[in-house]
Design a protein around this ligand. Structure first.
Ligand SMILES: O=c1ccn([C@@H]2O[C@H](COP(=O)(O)O)[C@@H](O)[C@H]2O)c(=O)[nH]1
Length: 277
């Protein structure tokens, strides 16, 4: 089954478009998790247990796992999340020249002992050939960075091209063109609602992964109004959910309190987003 069909099914089952970001910053984990062999997995497992019923997807960001123990924690996390029936989007922002990008694409290739993730984020800066192995992995979702949520997203992505369109608009148009297997989505941040609306007008049929609500203060209403294509798409919050139980004295933080605060935060975000669906 195509990734976006699987995602649509999950959205319907959970009545949720929330993507829970699994970004287990080691410096912010409660002390209790540091006693485990794989602290990041121990933490994520509790977060997944507490939030999965409200999660349309989980989104681990590879940056939080790029060391030997981290990679093991990532693989365990993905397997555990999938065991709960939740699609996993690996936010890795990859792409490179042909032979290198073929290696990257194995991250989501079910035939090559991949991470097991269902979808991945990729960077379009190197052009179509740098994305082709991902696009050819038909079972995997491929979210192309289009208009990112960070303040510097404007530096390049808002540049006007000679033909008059903006760079992020061109990325959206190309993504639509490249979508031969129906497995492409776009990453468009909630922090720039006008651009979000603009991209939606350009590509009515592509689902979006919308980061930037929660800790980055993005616009939740715009995220839902423009992020979904025929009801499919996800709105991500990472720190706002997984660290909802954090207080000034981290040493007092315990696993139960963290997990239950994360569950409450995911449920609250689901309800908030559902007001606009
Ligand atoms: O434009 C983008 C692309 C990716 N991200 C990633 O999403 C999460 C957001 O985390 P919060 O804690 O909810 O701010 C994180 O993994 C980013 O690297 C993004 O924020 N914006």
């Amino acid at each position: 089954m195509n990734f976006f069909d699987r995602l649509a099914h999950r959205i319907e089952t959970t009545d949720s478009v929330v993507s829970v970001g699994l970004d287990p910053d080691m410096d912010r984990l409660p002390d209790v998790f540091h006693e485990y062999d794989l602290p990041r997995f121990a933490f994520n497992r509790r977060i997944i247990d507490a939030t999965h019923e409200h999660a349309a997807a989980f989104k681990p960001n590879a940056a939080f796992y790029e060391d030997p123990d981290g990679w093991r924690a990532l693989e365990e996390t993905i397997a555990y999340a999938k065991g709960k029936g939740v699609p996993v989007l690996l936010d890795a922002k990859r792409a490179d020249i042909g032979n290198t990008t073929r290696q990257y694409a194995e991250l989501v290739d079910p035939d090559t002992g991949s991470t097991g993730a269902d979808a991945i984020t990729v960077n379009p800066y190197m052009g179509r050939d740098s994305l082709q192995p991902f696009l050819d992995t038909e079972s995997a979702g491929v979210f192309i960075l289009c208009r990112t949520s960070n303040p510097g997203g404007a530096d390049l992505q808002d540049l006007e091209l000679a033909e008059g369109d903006l760079l992020y608009e061109r990325v959206a148009a190309l993504a639509d063109l490249w979508n031969e297997h129906g497995n492409i989505g776009l990453v468009v941040g909630a922090t720039t609602p006008e651009e979000l609306e603009d991209v939606r007008e350009q590509v009515p049929d592509l689902p979006f992964l919308v980061p930037g609500v929660g800790s980055q203060g993005g616009d939740a209403e715009a995220a839902v109004e423009h992020g979904l294509a025929d009801g499919v798409g996800v709105v991500n919050s990472s720190r706002g959910i997984i660290f909802a139980g954090e207080n000034a004295d981290r040493a007092e933080g315990d696993a139960d309190r963290f997990a239950s605060a994360a569950g409450d935060a995911a449920k609250r975000l689901k309800r908030r987003l559902n007001q606009y669906r």
